[in-house]
Design a binder for this molecule. Structure first.
Ligand code: FMN
Length: 224
C-alpha cells in the first residue's frame, strides 16, 4: 500500500492535481441508462465477441472532459482501450454503469474507492448485458484501484455467470498493472476460461496504444 501511495504521489500527483483543479461539479452530466444496449447505441454486430469495460469517466458527477481519467479526445482511458479492441476484433461494446456518481475530484475519488474497498461494497449496476448468450469471448476491462478490482467489478462478476465462456482481461494502471486481479477473476468465475495473457497499459501510454492492442488481439487469435 505504501508503494502505491508513493507511486500515486509521484506519478499521478500531476493528474490528480489537474483533476482536483478542474473538478467542477457538473449539473449537466448525462443521466445513467437503466438498461444499456450492447454496441454503444447500435445493434449487436453478430460477432461472438463482447468488450465490457468500466470507465469511471462514464460514472462520475463531473463533466467527462474535465476529468483526469480521459485522454485528449475526451474518452475515458478504459473506453479508449475498449474502442481499440472493438476496432481490432469487430466485437460489441458494453459500458458497465453504476448508480454511484464517483467523485471527479482525484483525492476524493482515491478516498472514496478505498472506503468502498474497506466496506467490501457492491455498487449497484444500472446497465445489463441483455444478450450474453450471443457471446463466447468477453474482453473485460477495468482500471486497477488500490491493487485490486474496483468494487463495481465485484458487482459485475456477482451478476453474471460466465461459465463456458472465455474471459480476456484488459486493464490500465499507473504501475501495479493487473496486481493479482486475473487470479481474482479466476476465483470469481471458476468455470470460465480466463486468459492469463491479459493486456495492461500504463495510464500514460493509453492514447498511443492502438498498435499494441491490435498486436495483442491478433496474437490471441481474435483479430478480425
Ligand atoms: C481510486 C484509484 C485507485 C488507484 N489505485 C491504483 C493502484 O493500486 N495501482 C496502480 O498502478 N494504479 C492505481 N490507480 C491509477 C489507475 O489505475 C490509472 O490511472 C488508470 O489508468 C485509470 O483508468 P481510468 O482513467 O479509465 O479510470 C488508481 C486510480 C484511482 C482513481
Amino acid at each position: 500500500m505504501k508503494k502505491f501511495l508513493k507511486t500515486i504521489s509521484v506519478v499521478t500527483a500531476v493528474s490528480l492535481l489537474a483533476l482536483t483543479g478542474c473538478g467542477k461539479t457538473s449539473s449537466g452530466s448525462a443521466p445513467k441508462s437503466e438498461v444499456a444496449a450492447v454496441n454503444d447505441g447500435g445493434e449487436p454486430s453478430g460477432s461472438n465477441i463482447l468488450i465490457a469495460y468500466f470507465a469511471v469517466a462514464e460514472n462520475s458527477d463531473v463533466d467527462a472532459s474535465a476529468s483526469a481519467s480521459v485522454i485528449s479526445d475526451g474518452r475515458g482511458r478504459m473506453k479508449a482501450l475498449a474502442d481499440m479492441i472493438q476496432i481490432a476484433t469487430g466485437g460489441d461494446l458494453f459500458s458497465i454503469q453504476t448508480s454511484v456518481d464517483y467523485p471527479g475530484d482525484g483525492e476524493k475519488l482515491i478516498d472514496y474507492a478505498q472506503k468502498e474497498q474497506d466496506d467490501n461494497a457492491r455498487p449497484e449496476l444500472t446497465s445489463r448485458i441483455e444478450n450474453l448468450d450471443d457471446y463466447d469471448v468477453i474482453f473485460i476491462g477495468y482500471p486497477t484501484w488500490w491493487y485490486d478490482l474496483p468494487q463495481v467489478m465485484y458487482s459485475f462478476f456477482d451478476e453474471y455467470d460466465f461459465s463456458g465462456k472465455t474471459i480476456v482481461p484488459f486493464n490500465s494502471a499507473n504501475g501495479s498493472r493487473f496486481s493479482g486481479t486475473i487470479d481474482t477473476i479466476k476465483e470469481l468465475e471458476p468455470n470460465a476460461n480466463v486468459i492469463e495473457e491479459g493486456l495492461s497499459v500504463h495510464e500514460s501510454d493509453v492514447e498511443g496504444a492502438s498498435d499494441e492492442v491490435k498486436e495483442w488481439v491478433n496474437g490471441l487469435g481474435y483479430g478480425k
